[in-house]
Ligand binder design. Structure first.
Ligand code: NAD
Ligand code: SER
Length: 322
């Protein structure tokens, strides 16, 4: 791993992962790219290249020009946006990925990392302690595109020896860059509304329990899998990884420990149907065994850290109650 390209780098995960990569691998070795040209001060230290992952010519130019040997492919349309425009989700998530895979084989990349998601599970999956191996028949276009991504990873590993790696990320919670149109976005929005207005109207139902992860764990998991010794990896693009699970009501109760007057009500929309067939919790024993995965943040720690950072960002005076 000498030169790393991150696609979709302006998004929620890319904008933080890239900074961790700078510290670890040197900013001159991390090339960041996105279809969106609006870098807005996120990357003063990196070379930024605008590129659409559905344009294989543009991607190839980047790989040649910067002698890229590792790609972290984050460009995607997330679940809720994907249900509003399924063809676009297919085009970017599947055709964009195929472009990256083709180039990965042509340029003999050291590694290609592509996130999967808890969205691969569906109505026929085991949804409590969702196993590494279970029936994967998701009912969203986003979920379908992620199952296909996992399968393509295994296929091209067998056929061409492509070192394809990926994690089924839970809902990621962070404060630096807003989430990009997913079903778990409520778990970020709630902090802003709690601090600004003391009230949040949730688009999921109160009992929708989903696996979630705080960004520092997400970044660490990604780096740990990226650097793991290939000979110990029994899976490719589909590692289950857990950290915490909670319902909107659990999260509201935890926030209320620090903002006692905080209130929440529920107006579920189409995203409730998406969440209904995602797991409540995850069995991540394969990730623990193969590359030593261990989360650090639980609900209580994440809520405290989010409240402090979001308050600072909003310039709202705030202190934790305990
Ligand atoms: P995001 O929506 O915040 O960012 C995606 C980025 O991709 C955006 O900056 C967007 O401009 C860019 N993009 C969209 N179309 C593009 C194209 N055609 N070419 C180049 N760039 C394009 O997403 P994220 O949350 O950072 O997610 C990154 C990856 O992690 C995705 O594969 C996503 O499916 C996966 N994931 C995220 C979560 C989560 O909770 N954030 C959970 C599970 C999996
Ligand atoms: N957080 C993502 C979403 O809700 C899960 O992949 O779409």
């Amino acid at each position: 791993m000498n030169k790393i390209l991150i696609t979709g780098a302006l998004g929620q995960i890319g904008s933080e992962l890239s900074h961790a990569f700078n510290e670890r691998y040197g900013n001159e070795n991390v090339i960041v790219s996105d279809v969106n040209p609006d870098v807005n001060g996120i990357y003063p230290e990196n070379i930024f290249e605008q590129a659409d992952v559905t344009d294989i010519g543009a991607l190839e130019k980047l790989i040649q020009q910067h002698q890229i040997d590792t790609v972290i492919h984050l460009a995607a349309i997330l679940s809720a946006k994907g249900e509003q425009n399924p063809e676009l989700a297919w085009h970017i998530n599947v055709n964009g990925l195929l472009n990256v895979i083709k180039l990965g084989i042509k340029y003999n990349l050291d590694r290609l990392m592509v996130p999967s998601s808890i969205a691969v599970f569906g109505p026929q999956s085991t949804l409590y302690n969702a196993p590494q191996e279970t029936i994967l028949k998701p009912n969203t276009m986003y979920g379908i595109s992620k199952v296909i991504g996992e399968m393509l990873g295994s296929y091209y590993f067998r056929k061409n020896g492509l070192d394809f790696r990926g994690i089924r990320y839970p809902g990621i919670i962070s404060y630096k860059t807003p989430p990009g149109g997913g079903t778990t976005d409520y778990a970020v929005e709630i902090f802003y509304e709690a601090l600004k207005t003391g009230h949040y109207t949730c688009f999921l139902s109160s009992e929708a329990c989903l696996p979630m992860m705080y960004m520092p764990d997400c970044v660490r998991a990604t780096i740990e899998l990226l650097e793991a010794d290939a000979e110990f990896l029994k899976h490719h693009g589909d590692y289950n990884v857990g950290a915490m699970s909670f319902t909107p009501e659990d999260l509201a109760n935890e926030i209320r420990k620090h903002i006692p007057n905080f209130t929440i009500d529920y107006k579920p929309d189409f995203r409730r149907e998406i969440a209904k067939y995602w797991p409540a919790s995850i069995d991540d024993s394969a990730a623990c065994a193969d590359w030593g995965w261990l989360p650090q943040y639980n609900l209580e720690m994440m809520v405290k850290d989010m409240l402090m950072h979001v308050a600072e960002k909003l310039n709202i005076p705030f202190s934790l109650k305990q």
